[in-house]
Design a protein around this ligand. Structure first.
Ligand SMILES: C[S@@+](CC[C@H](N)C(=O)[O-])C[C@H]1O[C@@H](n2cnc3c(N)ncnc32)[C@H](O)[C@@H]1O
Length: 285
């Protein structure tokens, strides 16, 4: 089946690639393609981002235009033979931690009989489990599960595809409030929750930190460092004594600043994967 999708190309010096990837990540893009330019003697590369709606790329183009050394190209409509076929090549099942496997709906979980399947239909929203920031939260969630207080809300702040909320519900930490500022992401999160038969356990809310219920026992949040810094003082008081926050989306050198933004006296530890880091904070009992 042929489908129309939109593509944004950005040309950048190899030295600006990290900054560009970081900006794209903050804008919610993990499906990007990097094409080295052969033969012109410099180290430039072209980075392409794809989306099903033009407006998502217009927003991305504005973010990327602020990155030094990046030349933002045109947004073009292209035809792909089969969008799902592309995903089928790139989105393979991923075993995460000791108990989870994240897989797309067209792969049967029967090859992973000892694992809890989390089915994610890849769409526009971030969160297929292929990104290290998502994986860090899933691994920390699995480790933290036995230590999470028995009662109180579980919250996924910045739910995207709903992957963290669904995993929490499937690990028995329900009900979960899944919050996002993006209504399109929430629609996808609801559909994914339904595909995992946890839609009655995951409540989706369009909003932000002020919608985190009081007395939360666990907050999962894969957001950027500036967002983490800006919400810390409002998020911390919403956790119950002994409550836990798993904060991802941070580069390894950003963790100290995040810990400093939380109240003193919280226990904290850091987990690292590739260049990314997660901060786990536990409220005093
Ligand atoms: C990096 S994605 C994380 C998706 C998924 N939770 C995961 O771990 O893969 C961040 C999500 O947070 C949402 N977001 C960004 N800022 C937010 C805020 N202040 N409050 C709530 N959601 C926010 C974005 O719309 C996006 O869906």
């Amino acid at each position: 089946m042929n489908e129309q999708i939109w593509r944004l190309s950005v040309r950048t010096a190899g030295t600006s690639l990290d900054a560009l990837s970081g900006a794209m990540y903050l804008a919610g893009y993990e499906g990007i393609e990097i094409l080295p330019e052969a033969g012109d003697g410099d180290d430039h590369v072209t980075v392409r981002a794809y989306a099903v709606a033009r407006h998502g790329l217009e927003e991305l183009a504005r973010v990327v235009a602020a990155v030094p050394g990046c030349l933002v190209g045109r947004i073009e409509e292209i035809e792909v033979e089969d969008w799902a076929e592309g995903w089928k090549k790139h989105f393979q099942p991923q075993e995460i931690g000791a108990t989870l496997v994240v897989l797309p709906p067209w792969v049967s979980p029967k090859h992973h009989p000892d694992r809890m399947p989390v089915v994610i239909n890849p769409g526009h929203a971030f969160g297929t489990g292929t990104h290290a920031t998502t994986r860090l939260v899933l691994e920390a969630l699995e480790r933290a599960r036995p230590h999470v207080p028995l009662r109180g809300p579980v919250v996924d702040l910045g739910t995207g595809s709903g992957i963290l909320a669904i995993a929490a519900a499937k690990l028995g930490l329900a009900p979960v409030t899944a919050i996002d500022v993006d209504p399109e992401a929430l629609y996808e999160a609801q559909e994914n929750a339904r595909a995992n038969a946890v839609h009655l356990l995951v409540r989706t809310v369009e909003g932000d930190v002020q919608d985190v219920p009081d007395g939360a026992r666990l907050v999962l949040a894969n957001l950027s460092a500036p967002v983490h810094r800006s919400i810390a003082a409002r998020l911390a008081p919403r956790l119950q004594p002994g409550g836990r926050a798993l904060l991802s989306g941070l580069l390894a050198d950003e963790t100290d600043g995040i810990v400093a933004a939380w109240p003193a006296g919280w226990e904290h530890r850091v987990a690292v994967l590739e260049e990314w880091a997660l901060v786990e904070l536990v409220a005093p009992s």
